[in-house]
Design a protein around this ligand. Sequence first.
Ligand SMILES: [Zn+2]
Length: 280
Amino acid sequence: MPGQRWTKEAIESLIRQVVSDRKNLPDIYIPGKSQAAVNNQRRRLKEAQLLNGSFAGRRLRPWTICQLKKLEDLTMEYGLSADLIGQLQLIPGRSREAVSKMMGRHGLGNPDVKFRAQQAERIDQHRREDLRTFLLGEGRLMPSRDVAEQWCLAQKTVSRYRRRLGIALSWQQARSSDEFNRKRQEQAREFTRRTRDRWQIWRESLARRLERLRAEMQLRPAPPPTRVCTMCEKQWFASPEFYHVQKRRTGKRLKLSISRACRLCRSAHPLMHGLQIVNY
Ligand SMILES: [Zn+2]
C-alpha cells in the first residue's frame, strides 16, 4: 500500500534539514514518514539537483583516470560536446551534466580556457589530489615519463611531485619498473589479441548469416536484383541486408546510394567508417 503523498511542506522541511541543518539520515524527522521513505525522497531530490550538493549520496563514483583521458580526447581531439558525449554514452554511466561539469573543471572543450590552463602550467586542486593518490598507490613504480604521458603533464612536474612526496624512484625501483612496464605491454597486447579474436568470431557469424539469407532469398519467387561486392567479388542481393544504404536529402529529393562493398567487407574496416574512439 503506498504511503501518503509528500506534501509541499514535508518536502521543504526535508530540504531544510538536509541543506541548512546538514542532518544525517537518522536525525531527519518528517511526521508520518519512515526512514526509508525519507531516504528515497532525499535521493529523488538529489537527482533533481535540489539539494545544492549538500548530500552526495552513495552513488557518487569518482572519475577514473581513463575516463578523464577519454573525455580529454573526445573533447579536444574530436571536438565533441558534452551533449553528444552524454547522449551517446561515450563515457558509460556519465550523464550530460556530469560530463559538462567535468569539462568545466578541466578546462576542456573551450580552446581559450585550455590554452590558459596550459600557460599557467598548473594543475587544479582536484587533479593534484588524484595525482598524489596515484603516485602513492598504483602508479608508485611507474616511470615518471609514463605518468607524465598519462596525465598530460611535463615529466619534470611529475618528478617534482615525487620528490615533494618523498617517493622519488630509487635505481632498483626504476629497474623493477621496467618489469612493470613489460607486464603492462603484455597486457595491452593480450587485450588487442582478444579483441581481434572476438571481432573475427563476430565476422564469421555475420558471413554465415548472410549466406543463409542469400540461399533463402534465391528461393523466393521474385528475388531482388543481384550485386557484386567490389572488394570480395561475392555476389549478393542489392538489398539493405547485404549492403549499407545511405539516405541523403537534397532539397526535396531523397537520394539513396548503396555501398560498393558488402556489409561483410565494410565490417573488416569498422574504424574507417565511423568515429574512432580510442580505448584505454
Ligand atoms: Zn564483400
